[in-house]
Design a protein around this ligand. Structure first.
Ligand code: FDA
Length: 326
């Protein structure tokens, strides 16, 4: 648990985030990030599509506090929508409301999202609202409620660690939903802390939405959950058209290809851009062995820069240890 808290703490460290943006790709971030710009990302998605895998594209970035930065992110996402259309790739968008200004002003964020959803609607492209930490949960649902009055090309995420997840999945039962365990550090007042309890709730939510008949994205790298779902859909005669498995770019690649080959809909979450630091630190919090992905790149390239940053991160973590983390 202390290691999880350590990496979640690092994920919110602005100084390291800036350093990572500058040096990240030299350090090996490309194993989990599909390029720094739209052209590189499109090439990565084409490779996935060639293997029968679709993509949900995430223009990396979150917790933005400057209007200018949020507007830049909006333009970037609009250009991704244009590129999906132009290249006719099998892909949709994942976005984070805090990247589009949710922490600046609700109406400002809503306006940015409206432009994005409206453009995507024109091209028949689906937009998934990623869910972030508890503080942003209800405002994100409010945004979805406002936009879904005018658009039907949006869906969102249900995080199984929240006590309220069952109520939320019932409320949003008519939406296309991605179901996940949950990636942020949350208080015991609002979220299960025990892995077994989270897994149990995760399964309950997956069962509910699958039986409900709306499209379900089961987003996990957990082979036990995947095997369970395979059995559950067979026993309940749920068509493969009604669900997909999702995993993150660069993780369990062989399993991604095997599931697609076995005839399951498979969608890879494809992050791109330079703002990869918070995203990757959460992956380390989930599974410290994910450091392997980094080290492989580091040693392939015979560079030791990462070790310097890693050491810096570790020391900084020790210095800030004990401070309350979000
Ligand atoms: P978990 O990390 O619990 O691992 C369970 C077991 O699976 C491990 O013990 C191991 O046996 C095996 N395993 C896991 N990873 C492995 C690997 N790389 N190699 C080998 N074995 C492995 N969260 C959120 O809060 N909001 C969101 O919007 C999203 N969106 C999202 C999209 C997609 C496509 C994914 C895959 C995930 C998210 N998440 C998310 C993150 C999610 O909430 C969760 O934190 C991570 O997926 C980690 O949980 P898992 O279910 O993958 O397995």
């Amino acid at each position: 648990m202390w290691l999880k808290n350590f990496f979640i703490g690092l994920s919110q460290n602005q100084m390291l985030n800036k350093a990572a943006q500058r040096y990240g790709f030299k350090l090996g971030a490309q194993s989990v990030v599909a390029g720094t710009n739209v052209d590189e990302m499109i090439e990565s998605v084409k490779q996935l599509n060639a293997q029968g895998i679709s993509a949900t594209i995430d223009n990396l970035g979150e917790f933005v506090f400057e209007e200018e930065e949020a507007l830049k992110a909006k333009e970037q996402i609009l250009s991704v929508i244009e590129a999906i259309h132009k290249h006719a790739i099998d892909a949709h968008i994942s976005l984070k409301p805090t990247q589009l200004g949710l922490d600046i002003h609700y109406d400002f964020c809503l306006q940015n999202l409206r432009e994005i959803v409206s453009k995507a609607h024109k091209y028949n492209i689906f937009i998934n609202f990623d869910m972030e930490d508890y503080g942003h949960l209800q405002p994100s649902f409010d945004l979805i409620d406002a936009l879904s009055k005018d658009y039907d090309n949006i869906g969102t995420v249900i995080q199984a660690y929240f006590f309220r997840a069952e109520d939320d999945i019932k409320k949003y039962k008519d939406f296309r939903l991605r179901i996940v365990k949950g990636a942020y550090k949350e208080a015991p007042e609002v979220a299960y802390q025990d892995k077994a309890e989270i897994d149990e709730n995760f399964i309950r939510l997956i069962q509910y939405h699958l039986l409900n008949g709306k499209f379900t994205s089961i987003a996990t790298h957990d082979h036990r959950i995947i095997n369970y779902v395979k059995k559950f859909v067979e026993e309940n005669q749920i068509s493969k058209e009604k669900f997909e498995f999702q995993m993150l770019y660069g993780f369990r690649k062989d399993m991604q290809i095997d599931l697609a080959k076995a005839g399951y809909n498979f969608c890879t979450y494809v992050p791109f851009g330079t703002d990869w630091y918070g995203y990757f630190m959460r992956r380390l919090a989930e599974r410290p062995q994910n450091l392997n992905l980094f080290f492989k790149q580091v040693f392939n390239k015979k560079t030791n820069t990462f070790i310097g940053i890693g050491l810096g991160a570790f020391l900084l973590g020790r210095l800030t240890k004990g401070k309350k983390q979000k």
